[in-house]
Design a binder for this molecule. Structure first.
Ligand code: C2O
Length: 540
């Protein structure tokens, strides 16, 4: 196995999109940032220097970080932020994961432009579990604002309303030629007739689940979130923010140009969203520069297509999912409304009915500490940073997806974590609520991959629904798109000590509190304990 050394300089760089130039926060002047390419078993040493005027941290999304939680990255969870002028070196090994992951900033909304692909190929001398493709192309789906994204979220927090929606979606940083002033930069994916291409699709958008399609070409799904799947063929993908999907395509169509396109899957009712379409061009060698053929994307609210698609995910091989559960948890996930505080800076809150939008898990609206990270407080036994009273179940039982009574609309703020003993076998039912609106929430857990053993609509029914559990070949993921007005059941073994945030990967929902932290205690001996913190861990 190799060690790969990289330097990431986070800095403001002029970037021109949609006819205007903005000073954009980038890594090494690149937007999207550099692609990291490694083999399973390799280590990464990445020195991040902050030359921007914002605090920053980098998260290696989906990397398990076994015993190296100090390198995970979420601000105030595993580290204090890297201040302007500071630096921090992330050191970790990627072991037992193959496929596509990615990295992104994990402070405020910096990840709008600070992100890149992490490609993990099989170990040296090993091969893919499918025929070797002729080419490989990472496709990063993103969102672009015609403003500084930090200002967009600050405005939302000042007013209590939903943030302004994005002005464009992007493919590899480019909106594509359906947008103004964007023809020149449109991403071109070249291909020769007869070739296959392994396309690694990453949804790096801040707040939008996306449909993805390539005109006239079938997509053979072979992996997701750096785990292999039983291959299946589809016309369309849906990825929640945070999710990755690897697909093979074969250039078996008439020599021409075909659009690669993505547009919104929007499951929340009556919410504003960006209803535009981003495109790149799959361009056959020797094709003439004619207008590319456009795929027909599903309509924005096509939950049926999403359900059918997600039902097809199965692990490539049989897996061992324990039938014994030590921790049986039920976490509600959803939005909420809060009264407008008297000292609010604006004249009145601009959320629904003069309220302020919020979000919670089990009625707790997660607030980040601001003086120390949870992992440091835990490791050094420093009190007053968090409490360990996050509930195993919602404080009240109610019809989560029905009409919800007013008092349930007001979550309690807190920095509450849930403690897990090393090695405990965990099941979490993630239950969407219809408070304010039901919505498909891409729920991401740091430090772990988990098995999605079942999903459904309505309220989870332990008796009836456990009969549907797939304990044979469920997909292994780090981000589950919990169905709108529905539920997902995930299972994993808590064998990685540390402080691991679990949150909705729609960034505005993190701002509103849709998160909690699973604090996994050390086990017995060195190999079951987190390593000591590195000397250059940023100070608060
Ligand atoms: Cu990709 Cu906590 O995030």
């Amino acid at each position: 196995a190799k060690t790969h050394n990289h330097e990431f300089v986070v800095e403001a760089t002029p970037v021109k999109r949609l006819c205007k130039t903005h000073n954009t926060i980038t890594v090494n002047g690149q937007y999207p940032g550099p692609t990291l390419e490694i083999n399973n078993g390799d280590s990464l040493v990445i020195k991040v220097t902050n030359k921007a005027r914002y605090n920053v941290t980098i998260h290696w999304h989906g990397v398990r970080q076994v015993r190296t939680g100090w390198a995970d990255g979420p601000e105030f969870i595993t580290q204090c932020p890297i201040r302007p002028g500071g630096s921090y070196t992330y050191r970790f090994t990627v072991e037992g994961q193959e496929g596509t992951l990615w990295w992104h900033a994990h402070s405020s909304w910096l990840r709008a432009t600070v992100y890149g692909a992490l490609i993990i190929r099989p170990r040296e001398g090993e091969t893919y579990p499918f025929p070797k493709p002729n080419r490989e192309t990472p496709i990063l789906l993103g969102e672009w604002w015609d403003r500084n994204p930090i200002d967009v979220v600050r405005q939302a927090q000042r007013t209590g309303a939903a943030p302004n929606v994005s002005d464009a979606y992007t493919i590899n940083g480019q909106p594509g030629d359906l947008y103004n002033c964007s023809t020149k930069g449109t991403t071109i994916v070249p291909i020769r007739y007869g070739e296959t291409n392994l396309i690694r699709v990453i949804n790096a958008a801040l707040n939008q689940p996306l449909f993805f399609k390539i005109a006239n070409h079938k997509l053979t799904v072979v992996g997701a979130d750096a785990s292999y799947l039983k291959p299946f063929t589809t016309n369309v993908l849906m990825l929640g923010p945070g999710q990755t999907t690897d697909v093979l395509i074969t250039a078996n169509q008439p020599i021409s140009r075909y659009y690669i396109a993505a547009s919104a899957y929007q499951s929340a009712q009556n919410a504003a969203f960006d209803n535009t379409t981003t495109t790149a061009i799959l361009q056959y060698y020797n094709s003439t520069k004619t207008k590319p053929i456009m795929p027909s994307l599903p309509s924005f609210n096509d939950t049926n297509t999403v359900t059918k698609f997600s039902k097809r995910f199965k692990s490539l091989k049989k897996v061992e999912v324990s039938n014994v559960i030590d921790e049986n948890l039920l976490f509600t996930i959803g939005l909420g409304l809060q009264g407008c505080p008297k000292n609010f800076r604006e004249r009145r809150c601009q959320g629904p009915n003069g309220s302020r939008l919020t979000a919670s898990m089990n009625n707790v609206s997660f607030t980040l500490p601001n003086n120390l990270s949870i992992l440091q407080a835990h490791y050094f036994g420093i009190p007053g940073v968090f409490t360990t009273d996050f509930p195993a179940k919602p404080p009240v039982n109610f019809n989560y997806t029905g009409n919800v009574s007013r008092p349930l609309w007001q979550p309690v703020p807190g920095t509450k974590v849930y403690k897990l003993k090393f090695g405990s076998r965990v099941q979490i039912v993630l239950q969407d609520t219809s408070i304010v609106t039901g919505e498909n929430h891409p729920t991401h857990l740091h430090g772990y991959d988990f098995y999605i053993v079942a999903q459904g609509f309505g309220n989870f029914d332990p008796k009836k629904d456990s009969a549907k559990f797939n304990l044979v070949d469920p997909p292994k993921r780090n981000t589950v798109a919990v169905p709108v007005n529905g539920w997902s059941v995930i299972r994993f073994v808590a064998d990685n000590p540390g402080a691991w945030i679990m949150h909705c990967h729609l960034d505005v929902h993190i701002n509103w509190g849709l998160a909690t932290v699973l604090l996994v205690e050390n086990g017995v001996g060195k190999l079951q304990s987190i390593e000591p913190p590195p000397a250059d861990l940023p100070r608060c």
